[in-house]
Ligand binder design. Structure first.
Ligand code: UT7
Length: 333
């Protein structure tokens, strides 16, 4: 332990939620000039979930959070902090973290949103770890949740095929002396120079929503897919190598790699560059698509609940996202 590390962080509970409605590649064939074959081959995605019209991002998060709290056996009243990672908040103000706090009646905590796009969950986990390690807080709820389908241009076949809606939540708490769970390392990065590769232009003060901006679809996601693909492989493979080297590990020491789920070809390239056999890589993209900040906690939840990930195993998370943001978390579950 480093001198500042008084306590260890344990993932105590996890939950996820996917809206009922789905949008298949066949459905998309009726909306844009694409094909099931092209999407499956180029992305690995066959279907994605879409929130119902009356569902908000905090609604999805609420279900996931409730499951995580239940698994952790932590009452919402005992939470010290809620971090809500999203780029599709209910609204800019109040924060979706505060909306969720009220829904959960988690009245004794501070709460804030975190904007790091698809890296939002690992950024949140690193921040939560700091608060636990130093002894400042005991119980923290982290959420990655998105309704990106509301910010996707369904005339742009490059982007609309990728994204889906969903939520994942994790409760972390101070580990007891007899528990050996811990977050071992986090390495986080940001490269604002690449900000233009993935953006939502008319979503803030620089370009407030106007009739003209909306007519020009400036309130929808804009993406330079091919360039982003290259940066995704570079940053996530780099993040894996950085975690392995700085912890003086070999890939054999890691039981599972959970990369951000943006495209199966990105995941396979990352595994190849970082020398991970695909059997050790968790892939949950086929029926979910890219749920941005939610992909990693959803994949983690599914892998824990289906028994793939077990207590004591060593897990590496790697993500990249708009910003660009990227990084890794290495932890013992
Ligand atoms: O969380 C981060 C979010 N975003 C990402 O991670 C995206 C990263 N990028 C990607 O996943 C891929 O670049 C895409 C899936 C977006 C595109 O795949 P690609 O293999 O890089 O295709 P491309 O952009 O090189 O385009 C190849 C062709 C083009 O046609 P021409 O110019 O060769 O005639 C595109 O117009 O494929 C065409 N195309 C499509 N065809 C059918 C692009 N999108 C589609 C589509 N259906 N949906």
């Amino acid at each position: 332990m480093t001198p500042t590390q008084l306590f260890r962080t344990r993932i105590a509970g996890i939950g996820s939620y996917l809206p009922e409605k789905t949008l298949t590649n066949k459905d998309l064939e009726k909306i844009v000039d694409t094909s099931d074959e092209w999407i499956t081959e180029r992305t690995g995605i066959r279907s994605r979930h879409v929130a119902a019209d009356d569902q908000t991002t905090s609604d999805l998060a609420y279900v996931a959070a409730t499951k995580a709290l239940e698994m952790a056996d932590v009452s919402a009243k005992d939470l010290d902090l809620i971090i809500f990672a999203t780029v599709s908040p209910d609204q800019m103000m109040p924060s979706t973290a505060c909306v969720l706090q009220e829904k959960l009646k988690a009245n004794n905590c501070m709460a804030f949103d975190l904007t790091a796009a698809c890296s939002g969950f690992i950024y949140s986990l690193a921040i939560a770890d700091q608060f636990i390690k130093t002894g400042a807080y005991k119980n923290i709820l982290l959420v990655g949740a998105e309704i990106l389908t509301r910010f996707v241009n369904y005339q742009d076949r490059q982007t609309c095929i990728l994204f889906g809606d969903g939520a994942g939540a994790v409760v972390v708490r101070r580990a007891n002396d007899n528990e050996d769970s811990m977050i071992v390392s986090h390495h986080l990065h940001a490269e604002g120079a690449y900000g233009n590769l993935l953006s939502l232009p008319s979503s803030g003060a620089a370009m407030p929503p106007s009739h003209e901006n909306i007519e020009n679809n400036k309130h929808k996601v804009e993406m330079q897919g091919r360039e982003l693909f290259k940066q995704a492989v570079r940053t996530m493979a780099g993040a894996c190598v950085e975690a392995i080297e700085s912890n003086k590990l070999h890939t054999d020491d890691i039981d599972w790699l959970i990369p951000h789920q943006a495209n199966i070809r990105i995941i396979e390239s990352v595994a190849k560059h970082a020398k991970f056999p695909m059997e050790k890589v968790i892939v949950e993209i086929e029926n979910l698509g890219n749920t941005s900040a939610a992909t990693i906690p959803i994949a983690l939840d599914r892998s824990i609940r289906n028994g793939k990930i077990k207590r004591g195993q060593n897990i590496l998370l790697a993500a990249f996202g708009g910003g660009l943001t990227s990084g890794s978390i290495y932890f013992k579950y």
